[in-house]
Ligand binder design. Sequence first.
Ligand code: GAL
Length: 362
Amino acid sequence: MKKFFRIMASTVLAASMLAGCGSSGAAATTESPKPAESAAAATAEAATESTDGDLSTKKVGVCIYQFSDNFMTLFRNELESYLVSLGFSKDNITIVDGANDQGTQTNQITNFLTQGVDVLIVNPVNSSSAATLTDMVVDAGVPLVYINREPDADEEARWADNNWDVTYVGCDARQSGTMQGEIIVDLGLEKVDLNGNGKVDYVMIEGDPENVDAQYRTEFSVKALTDAGWEVNELDDQVGMWQQEQGQALVANALAAHPETEVVFCNNDAMALGAKQAIDAAGRTVGEDIFLVGVDALTEALELVANGGMTGTVFNDHLSQSHSAADAAVNYLTGAGNEHYIGCDYVKATKDNVADIQALLG
Ligand code: GAL
């Protein structure tokens, strides 16, 4: 029951937020329905009812690119509990850690296929390896749901062209980047341009550059500023691989080299938490003499947004994404099938609405 209300709350929150955001998202998926209310989810619900007994015997293999990733930890925990709530047996759900090594993950997929699984859910280490992974899984006759790291357009086209049981569930990272930039733009140039040079002097901390989320967030966060007619000045752009410690070290260096930094953009919250430590250590104060944004809406980041320690973040809806991935798996198992792309919307999180997002996440 609790879960049902959370799904409803998620849908209502996203709908109200999006109504407020208007057409702020850069991506085409901005207009797609929330997965929780999508036709795919409805089909999965109906199918689950009719095959409830069967799901408990179905084997699900889940490959996560790296267990130590904060956001993917939220995602995988929710995925497992939602699969169980749909009727899968916990014993038949195997979740493995790719340890950020594609060779390791490819072996894990081979093992799953050899041992026999009914469906695979894969968060690839390298999205560029997707074609190889898809071929292995399709050849074995197993349906495949990619999550979080989107394969490229050519790869997705192959699924449709061949009518394979392969889909991707995720959000469009362009939207999250745009929202990060908009959070800064909403403050007004006068407030952000602390040194009055007519430009926003910023530092960018990127996630894994192989990952389209990092590429798009880096590009579209800054684009939102220039689209607003603001001039920008990039002081530093470093790769922190989504990790807090790296975010902390990189921002400490950046602030020492560039005390004129006005905005720190981090491609995710883990790195933003590290950035916050570096900002504190440098004796700077977010909201007064520097601004800081992340993405994900990790619990600690939401607390900081609430007390002004971070300017804002963008909610990366792991509830919707994990539920849609599980629903898609069910749709393959029941023969209902899926579209080859299942989208989801991001939601801006600032001091104004952070309490709503905290309430949603419980
Ligand atoms: C992103 C998320 C990051 C990291 C990454 C892994 O969507 O914002 O924190 O988890 O996925 O691919």
